[in-house]
Design a protein around this ligand. Sequence first.
Ligand code: C5P
Length: 227
Amino acid sequence: DKKIVIAIDGFSSCGKSTFAKAIAKRLGYLYIDSGAMYRVVTLELLRRGLIKDGVVDTSMLQSILKEINIGFSYDPVKMVYLTTLNGEVVEDEIRSPQVANHVSLVAAIPAVRTRLVELQRELGKKKGIVMDGRDIGTVVFPNAELKIFMTADPIVRARRRLKELQEKGLNVTLDEVLKNIEERDYIDQNRDVAPLRKADDAVVLDNTNMTVEEQMEWVEEMVKRLT
Ligand code: C5P
């Protein structure tokens, strides 16, 4: 079988990572969560106190970007990928509302994107990879064999996200989650560098009314035709 690159882009909380992980598992491909990388950089900047009142102090950015080591370790017991920052597992911290509320701001900084795209291309050198994000089909892997653009109704996305956060014991309301989702959609689509948009050759997957299993059947058909 021929191995391919699968690029998955779309709005936040569309179920991209659930979908991408399931595909990677079924095909035996490597899964890379590019959003986690933007979250790690955001966490580092927050820890250093370099984000204040919606403004990022970029004076030390270049050296920070060069120094930090972003990794993914697979936990075979929990069967999940754990994101690491200089070897420390930061999976929970990068999913916190604190990081979620600042990540789009950080992801709009050109120097951050340049560095992370470089790392992403490095990770994707070998075929047999599924990467999800906002600019994977448009910028990171413009030659990916399969590009999928995911979308779903914002209120459905907010409900899914709320459930996840509540399961983690976080105390948030549907309104707050919806507001964060809409804000991130806006910033992601309207930033100057690599705005979120569907690649011309991407196929749209609107999963508002689809189960994960239905989405898998849909994608397996596509992959079969390409490999
Ligand atoms: O996918 P996730 O929601 O974890 O991504 C967090 C944020 O990182 C997004 O809201 C977006 O601002 C940014 N991002 C990006 N480009 C990517 C992946 C994520 O700008 N390829």
